[in-house]
Design a protein around this ligand. Structure first.
Ligand code: GFB
Length: 313
């Protein structure tokens, strides 16, 4: 990309898209195109085709997706597979038709089999059954990366895919039921502090292990790969370390600064026992994450406080 390249960020208002946008602005890019979902519904094929015909973006960051935590994935199974497949089909096909120079598709670590060997190597894709709570979303994300691979093979399109680990950071979703664990726990501990509650309830056993990457690190890696990676093989993005949900709760409790009891609600699902990414492909290219977990959680909590989330959602 050069500083005047025409770049389309699909999903620029979401946590990932807004981080990519900040990164591109910080690097001096000035020709960035974006549309809100009411201006351009990425699920509508004709709208997307017309948009690409008119604007002919050279580079596409496909960050737009319907996302959510374990409960949202499990409950809204049809919405997750439908919306994500539609968005991927429309944007990837239109990028091909309008001869975009390069596209980056953002997947997820849930593409890997539930019991794949840890850390999760790219080669483990499609070697076993998926975690049932997010199977529809995972199938959509696997389809997205296979679309990129297929256009790469058949038409020589430089369409690459990245598989980020669990993400958190600025502009996250704090919905009480539908959010991911890290923003959910920020909300729960903050609410407990404000209302002086005696305990906070954590779903599942607290034993599952998760790897968390601050979204600005993800944007940095995506920018690096957009400029330096041109392979069909999708690539993992992570920080290389994981932590149990119980230990995560302790860190969040410290950052929020409120002592109370932690209770585990075993009626809620644990999901995948562990999903630590093997990031050796990425590190061998020369990229590493920079933001440590406690630092990232502190930034995220400050963002949460600055937006008065509890009164606006
Ligand atoms: O972040 P999370 O919803 O998603 O949950 P996944 C991670 C773990 O935290 C699970 C536990 O074991 C949850 O049971 N947990 C504890 C909580 N308390 C809470 C809480 O208050 N809220 C939430 N949300 N979880 C999603 C997938 O899986 O992660 C998606 O469903 C996607 O497909 C995404 O891959 C990154 O890591 O389990």
């Amino acid at each position: 990309m050069n500083k005047n390249s025409k770049i389309f960020i699909a999903g620029h208002n979401g946590m990932v898209g807004s981080a990519v946008h900040r990164k591109l602005i910080a690097e001096g890019y000035s020709n960035i195109i974006f549309r809100t979902s009411s201006e351009l519904d990425l699920k509508r094929q004709r709208e997307v085709e017309l948009f690409f015909e008119e604007f002919q973006p050279e580079y596409v960051f496909l960050c737009a997706a319907k996302v959510g935590g374990i409960m949202a994935n499990n409950l809204y199974r049809a919405d997750f597979i439908y919306a994500n497949l539609q968005i991927e089909l429309n944007v990837i096909y239109s990028a091909y038709k309008s001869a975009a120079k390069k596209l980056m598709f953002f997947g997820s670590s849930c593409i890997y089999p539930k019991f794949a060997p840890q850390p999760l190597k790219e080669e483990s894709l499609l070697t076993g059954l998926l975690e049932p709570t997010n199977e529809p979303y995972a199938i959509a994300k696997i389809s997205g990366l296979k679309l990129c691979e297929s256009f790469f093979d058949q038409y020589g399109c430089n369409f690459i895919s990245v598989m980020p680990t669990n993400l958190y950071g600025y502009n996250d979703n704090y919905h009480p039921e539908n959010a991911h664990v890290l923003p959910s726990l920020i909300r729960k501990f903050h609410e407990a502090k404000v209302n002086k509650l005696p305990h906070v309830e954590i779903w599942g056993s607290g034993k599952p292990m998760r790897e968390f990457l601050f979204v600005d690190d993800l944007a940095d890696a995506a920018y690096f790969l957009m400029n330096n990676y041109n392979e069909k093989q999708f690539i993992n993005i992570g920080c290389g370390e994981d932590i149990s949900i119980a230990a995560l709760a302790n860190i969040i409790q410290e950052v929020v600064s409120y002592k109370c009891e932690i209770k585990f609600d075993s009626s809620k699902p644990d999901g995948t026992p562990r999903k630590l990414m093997d990031i050796s492909k990425l590190t061998s290219l020369g990229w590493r994450s920079k933001i440590r977990l406690t630092e990232g959680i502190t930034k995220t909590y400050n963002d949460f406080l600055s937006k008065n989330i509890l009164t606006t959602s």
